[in-house]
Structure formats: C-alpha cells, structure tokens
Design a protein around this ligand. Structure first.
Ligand SMILES: Cc1cc2nc3c(=O)[nH]c(=O)nc-3n(C[C@H](O)[C@H](O)[C@H](O)COP(=O)(O)O)c2cc1C
Length: 171
C-alpha cells in the first residue's frame, strides 16, 4: 500500500510535523511504502491563481496514493491556513480514499477543531476516516521532542490501525 503523509504546517517549529515524522517512522518499520511531504518546502499559492510546481506535484501524489495521513495545526479552532490551500487546490483526486488526521494544538480543549477537516474530506470527496486521531498540545513537547509517553503509545496504536485497516480497504 502507498501511503502519503502531508505535513501541512508552515511553522518552522511545527509540532504536527514532529508527530507526522514519528508516524512516518512507525509505518516504515511496518514495511509500508510511505512518502512524507513537508508543506514548508513548497510554494503554496491560494485558489484562483496559478498553482506552483510543487502543488502540481502534490496533486499527482494524492492521485497515486492509496491512502493519506494529514498533519494539521489548530488555528482559531479550525484547520491551519496552509492546509486549506492544499485541500482547495491539490485534493481533486482524493475521492473515496482512506485518511487519518494528526493534529497539534496549543491547548487541550481544541480537539473538536479536527472536525472541520473531517467535514471537508467526507463531504467534498467522500473520503473515509480512521476513527482515531493523534491530538497533542504544547504540554506534550519539550524542546521540540515528544515528552509524553502516552502520546508515543497513541502514535503506535494509530499507526497500527491505519496500516491494518488501510490494507483491508485496498482491493
Ligand atoms: C493563528 C493561530 C491560531 C491558533 N489558534 C489556536 C486555537 O484555536 N486553539 C489552540 O489550542 N491552539 C491554537 N493555536 C496554537 C497552535 O495550534 C499550536 O501552536 C500548534 O503547535 C500549531 O501546530 P504546528 O506547531 O504544527 O504549526 C493557534 C496558533 C496560531 C498561529
């Protein structure tokens, strides 16, 4: 199975990127063909303007992937700006694909913010979500390392379930 991880935060100290990277390593250990995209390395151009080469490439990668893991930061109880550009411009070929959400927030109480991503993916492209989210807050990190052992366990479980269910959904 081909898994694409999109880390969509543009923050130079992105915590969702750290979570995506950890999940990438877990999936590699399982022998999965997995590629990780870091939005910080792309030029993100808003809708109605000419997309960048990196965005065209991501559109093709979304098309070729069997399933997708999306990393997001919470901005104003919703998805981060970079992710909105990616969804609006690069997800046309994501129809029906299985997906998972990885989320970093400042506080513990913004966990429902991922619902906006769920709504977009399910309503716009009939994507199917793994019913488990990796959610972390600022307290789970120390000097850009994951310090919460429970969070590491949740990344393990997420990776295992994404792998086993994702595999079953490929015909
Ligand atoms: C514009 C903006 C809005 C934010 N809004 C929220 C919010 O509503 N709830 C929250 O818990 N954290 C909020 N935060 C904090 C971020 O979610 C936090 O910094 C998180 O680490 C972002 O993910 P990232 O590090 O991968 O970019 C906000 C940060 C920014 C820059």
């Amino acid at each position: 199975m081909k898994t694409l991880i999109i880390s969509s935060s543009l923050s130079p100290e992105s915590k969702s990127f750290i979570l995506c990277k950890k999940t990438y390593e877990k999936l590699i250990e399982k022998g999965i063909e997995v590629e990780m995209i870091d939005a910080r390395e792309m030029d993100l151009i808003p809708c109605h303007k000419t997309p960048s080469e990196g965005m065209n490439l991501l559109t093709r990668k979304v098309d070729l992937a069997d399933n997708i893991i999306i990393g997001m930061g919470v901005h104003c109880y919703s998805i981060n700006d970079g992710l909105k550009i990616i969804l609006d411009n690069c997800f046309a070929k994501s129809v029906g694909k299985f997906f998972g959400i990885i989320c970093a927030a400042g506080g513990d109480r913004s966990y429902l913010s991922t619902q906006h991503l769920t709504q977009i993916c399910m309503n716009e492209w009939r994507m199917i979500q793994l019913p488990r989210i990796i959610y972390a807050s600022g307290n789970d990190f120390e000097e850009n390392n994951i310090k919460n052992k429970n969070l590491l366990e949740r990344i393990d479980v997420f990776s295992e379930e994404f792998h086993s269910i994702g595999k079953k959904l490929i015909s």
